[in-house]
Write a protein that binds this ligand. Structure first.
Ligand SMILES: Nc1ncnc2c1ncn2[C@@H]1O[C@H](COP(=O)(O)OP(=O)(O)OP(=O)(O)O)[C@@H](O)[C@H]1O
Ligand SMILES: O=C(O)[C@H](O)COP(=O)(O)O
Ligand SMILES: [Mg+2]
Length: 394
């Protein structure tokens, strides 16, 4: 990589603002998957060992510029303390006088976790004033938040223009592994796209169609395509203004000879709940008022066959609402197919996708579990990641 690394700078006694991606899945105030916290540990330990005063910053969820009590980083501070085996101080703000005092009190090797940076409207707007306020806290900026590197926000991009800015160890590892897989992909090359961030992810498909042999669609994202095919989708997730785009993608796939796979059956529910009434239906038989919350078993079989024949698979976004047992079958089947495909290099991207693979105990059978969801997709599309671009060149 042509960007400076945390290993290229003097850190002893320095205040280091380290942006991490602690955007972990939560349920009722509990962290349900700590993959992203664990992944940041090597950089944090390196900073501690070098005698830096470590200031950690992250977002959690999408609080849209205001304080949301459930999205405070308190549980993350606790979990991080346990993982590091040392006390992590926690500030309930992310900049300003109180935080500056806390930073002044840090000894070499101490760790302070700031409050959710997305509680401030300036974060996502990449407000230069907020970026300056973050920069004022530190002497060096380290970006280890690969998962948020596709966002040009104050703590991921803006701050890098004010103090020396280098990449963390996780950031480097992700770029290296993903870069290698993509530079000359083994074929057949298959991308599996699912999950719930339809708006974010649908555009990615366009670029992926230039690269892959098979494109598999599942999760909430699938139903915009199912609707574009002319089927009723009841109350399933829909991005109305992407319908036309979905049609053009299906056309493009055909022109390019890309095998475009969509659900042929689905598990539908009468409401979005663990104990909803549910049944499996053919894709053209989704009842009005019902919502599709998983791909059906026939779809899962079809997808599993394609996976077994692939040499490189990138997977981003669960096939269904895997957090609820009734709608976990599709995600589990795809994870299992990947685990069993011995000859296949499998890259899993995304906070919830990683959590799913972990939940079903297939994590150690995947080739690489990326901490990036949207970030890994944009990287694979060949887009520059603003959080990386902003770092100092070697
Ligand atoms: N059919 C569906 N309807 C509604 N939600 C769905 C459906 N299928 C999957 N989901 C939800 O999608 C969510 C995950 O989507 P998301 O796009 O966040 O994936 P991800 O792997 O976490 O990637 P990223 O890191 O970019 O967030 C899960 O919480 C899951 O319940
Ligand atoms: O979960 C992710 O993909 C990253 O943490 C970025 O989150 P965002 O999609 O809310 O920007
Ligand atoms: Mg997610």
């Amino acid at each position: 990589m042509n960007k400076k690394s945390v290993k290229d700078v003097e850190l002893k006694g320095k205040r280091v603002f380290c942006r991490v991606d602690f955007n972990v899945p939560m349920k009722e105030g509990q962290i349900t998957d700590e993959t992203r916290i664990r992944a940041a540990i090597p950089t944090i330990n390196y900073l501690i060992d070098q005698g830096a005063k470590v200031i950690l910053a992250s977002h959690l969820g999408r609080p849209k510029g205001q304080v949301v009590e459930e999205l405070r980083l308190t549980p993350v501070a606790e979990r991080l303390s346990a993982l590091l085996g040392k006390n992590v101080a926690y500030a309930d703000e992310a900049y300003g006088e109180k935080v500056e005092q806390a930073v002044d009190g840090l000894e070499e090797g101490d760790v302070l976790l700031l409050e959710n940076v997305r509680f401030y409207p300036g974060e996502e707007k990449n407000d230069p004033e907020l970026a300056k306020a973050f920069a004022q806290l530190a002497d060096v900026y380290v970006n280890d938040a690969f998962g948020a590197a596709h966002r040009a926000h104050a703590s991921t991009e803006g701050i890098a223009h004010h103090i020396p800015a280098v990449s963390g160890l996780l950031m480097e590892k992700e770029l290296e592994v993903l870069g290698k897989a993509l530079s000359n992909p083994d074929r057949p090359f298959t991308a599996i796209i699912g999950g719930a961030k339809v708006k974010d992810k649908i555009d990615v498909i366009d670029n992926l169609l230039d690269k892959v042999d098979n494109l598999i669609i599942g999760g909430g994202l699938a139903f915009t395509f199912v609707k574009a095919q002319g089927h009723d989708i009841g109350n399933s997730l829909l991005e109305e203004d992407k319908l036309e785009l979905a049609k053009t993608f299906m056309q493009k796939a055909e022109e390019k000879g890309v095998n475009f796979l969509m659900p042929i059956d689905a598990v539908v529910a009468d409401r979005f709940a663990e104990d909803a009434d549910s049944k499996t239906v053919a894709i053209n038989e989704i009842p009005a008022e019902w919502m599709a919350l998983d791909i059906g078993p026939e779809t899962a079989n079809l997808y599993s066959e394609v996976i077994a024949d692939s040499k490189l698979v990138i997977w981003n976004g669960p096939m269904g609402v895997f957090e609820m047992d009734q709608f976990a079958g599709g995600t589990k089947a795809v994870a299992e197919a990947l685990a069993e495909a011995n000859d296949t290099y499998s890259v899993i991207g995304g906070g919830d996708s990683a959590a799913a693979v972990e939940k079903f105990h297939f994590a150690d059978r995947m080739s690489h579990i990326s901490t990036g969801g949207g970030a890994s997709l944009e990287f694979m599309e060949g887009k520059a990641l603003p959080g990386v671009v902003a770092l100092n060149d070697k």
